[in-house]
Design a protein around this ligand. Structure first.
Ligand code: FES
Length: 106
């Protein structure tokens, strides 16, 4: 199984590095939730936005969203150009060295 590193900036600005296995049937929220970085209240159904994060890495591809995610993000005061819902990001090798910032709750 492939291993990747994800750089996390938590809500207080502290940096963390996670070295994780790429489980193809898991998404980024599930990993971050298991380390208590976020709540993921709806379980990845794109209904709660408690998995809101900002993509700090300069990677335009990871900012591509579907309409459902866009609609959910549009409801947030903390929306930025680089906002994503972590539950809509499948784990893959391409995420290696990704840097994200956890968004504070609206
Ligand atoms: S976990 Fe609810 S929208 Fe991502």
């Amino acid at each position: 199984m492939d291993k990747i590193s994800i750089n996390i900036i938590d809500e207080s600005g502290k940096k963390h590095i996670l070295n994780i296995d790429v489980h193809p049937d898991m998404n980024l929220m599930e990993v971050l939730r298991s380390y208590d970085f976020m709540e993921g209240a709806c379980g990845g159904m794109c209904l709660c936005a408690t998995c809101h994060c900002y993509i700090v890495s300069d990677d335009k591809n990871i900012l591509i969203k579907n309409e459902e995610e866009d609609d959910m993000l549009d409801q947030l005061f903390s929306l930025k150009e680089n906002s994503r819902l972590a539950c809509q990001i499948p784990l893959s090798k391409e995420l290696d060295n990704l840097t994200i910032q956890i968004a504070s709750a609206d």
